[in-house]
Design a protein around this ligand. Structure first.
Ligand code: PGA
Length: 242
């Protein structure tokens, strides 16, 4: 049985005070959420310490949004895996399209970060996905295959989550059709050694479309950006109707 994971990706949102406020409301609403759904919040580095304390003893797991490949060193602006695990961080998003697009992340650095995360016991959420232009010229499959081949070199697939995030659907309100998302998810799965790796869909997931997305046989959960910032919306998403 593959694990179901609903992960919020807060991106560069929320001060510590705002994070705590969101969390208080969200945690109070979680009593109806079935226990077999793993709920994760991937928060900015500055909020992790505060969230780690607030989440202690709850069912919600903490995630970060990036990790460096070395344990320490002269890498201004970066954060290492031991710095995250000290705060009880369990998951880490790696290779998000915004990192690839705006911060020069490549499949090679993604691969290094994945291996470092696993070495220190973090579960990486590897993001893959094509741009609108790549999709329009029929290159989506090829782009994703390359991201997987290079990104997963030497990576342990027993300790891995993948998120399919078509770039054109991120933050645009334009969701990928659920059947098409399932088709690409199945394609991703066909390229993995371990068929048990949970594969999430990400890109404008909302209370109004989560039920349909999660009903797809190959999709094991969601990586949720904008809609994870509001407690009501994120609660409805983790309480999707199967
Ligand atoms: P979105 O972001 O839900 O706001 O589209 C998803 C993501 O980038 O992980």
């Amino acid at each position: 049985m593959r694990k179901v994971i609903i992960a919020g990706n807060w991106k560069m949102h929320k001060t510590r005070a705002e994070a705590l406020e969101m969390l208080q409301t969200f945690l109070n609403q979680l009593y109806e959420t079935p226990e077999d759904r793993e709920v994760v919040i991937c928060a900015p580095f500055t909020t992790l310490d505060t969230l780690s304390k607030a989440l202690h003893g709850t069912r919600v797991m903490l995630g970060a949004q990036n990790v460096h490949w070395d344990a320490e060193g002269a890498y201004t602006g970066e954060v290492s895996a031991p710095m995250l695990t000290e705060l009880n961080v369990r998951y880490v998003v790696i290779g998000h399209s915004e990192r690839r697009q705006y911060f020069g992340e490549t499949d090679t650095t993604v691969n290094l970060r994945l291996k470092a995360a696993q070495k220190y016991g973090l579960i990486p959420i590897l993001c893959v996905g094509e741009s609108k232009q790549q999709r329009d010229v029929g290159e989506a499959e090829e782009v994703i295959t390359e991201q997987l081949e290079e990104g997963l070199l030497g990576v342990d697939q027993d300790n891995l989550v993948i998120a399919y995030e078509p770039i054109w659907a991120i933050g645009t309100g334009e969701t990928c059709g659920s059947e098409e998302a399932n088709r690409i998810t199945a394609l991703i799965r066909s390229q993995l050694k371990n068929p048990e790796v949970p594969i999430l869909y990400g890109g404008s997931v909302k209370p109004g479309n989560i039920d349909e997305i999660i009903a797809q046989p190959d999709i094991d959960g969601a990586l949720v950006g904008g809609a994870s910032l509001a407690p009501g919306d994120f609660t409805r998403i983790v309480n999707y109707q199967a």
